[in-house]
Design a protein around this ligand. Sequence first.
Ligand SMILES: *Cc1c(COP(=O)(O)O)cnc(C)c1O
Length: 370
Amino acid sequence: MIPVTKPYLPSREKLDKYIDGIYGRNWLTNNGPLVQELTRRLEEYLGVENLLLVSNGTLALQIAYRALEINEPVNGRSAEAITTPFTFVATSSSLKWEGIEPVFADIGSDTWCLDPNNIKPAITSQTKAIIPVHVFGNACDVEAIEGIANENNLKVIYDAAHAFGVQYKGESLLKWGDAATLSFHATKVFHTIEGGAIVFKRKKDFEKAKLLISFGITGAETIEGIGINAKMNEFQAAMGLCCLDEIESILSSRLRIIEQYKEKLDGLVTFPVWKPQTSQNGAYQPILLDSQETCVEVISNLTKQKIFSRRYFSPSLDELEEISIEHISQTSRDISKRILCLPLYSELSNSDVELICSIIQITLNTKGNL
Ligand SMILES: *Cc1c(COP(=O)(O)O)cnc(C)c1O
């Protein structure tokens, strides 16, 4: 059996050492020493400041919306945020959960990220923010988005859940936007079992968010405003510290696998067009097929060999009634019907990748000959 993904498990010995420390201190949560150490080490590794660890990537988004006040109504009606329909459901559902109306703008047909040309027509008097996603770790057109945001006085929060460690023009991609959020879910490139982080551009927003994740408590008997509980705990941080020690080898094995996929499938399937000067982190291996039928056929032939792929992201979120049906995004709908994410995790062997590629090759060639 080859699953589509497999959580990375670091050395048990090393994890045990951290856990012994937690037992010794009996300090399990509330900004403990391991959370503090992980914060420092992540800021250093990623090359960013104002990084706040939180309990998961969805709360990272919600806290960012609140810290930047985009959840506050405009003229007595819900604020709107322009976002992409080609993403994991949490990008949009987190907006809804905070009372913000997601307004979809379509993606670019080659990068699969929010197309800046589609943002402007979606702006209304209610619009407060743009929430783009660096989908599959590919950088959005950050310059154009910044220009539009500045012209229209909008906040930008990047859902960077796929973009851990991605560099753009030699610097962390997370530096773009008023904030960028990360997910450290078990299936992500770097994980803390469940977890996430927000990287803020400004210290004052970081300080505000720090209160929000801990009930708004400012002192023993003082509370400022309404907060929530979104704290990371010490066990999560211990897992993160272990994974961070091994991050170079995690990334290099993932990059080796995506290189192998690329070599074997080049010319047969379509890959996203990467933004120039953007590094890769091997978070996902998406391929685009020529039609929905081909996609279904490939899935079926892989499944017969107990190889599991995933139609990620499908459906396009503008097709979900619960979210929004007002703004139809044709490109996102088209791509979501033909996209497939192939197995990708650091232990995936060369021969497994070879097998997966040969099944895809046979499926596509047989089709062509009919
Ligand atoms: C994983 C993911 C999230 C949610 O993160 P959790 O840590 O699972 O809450 C949000 N957005 C995107 C694009 C994701 O891939």
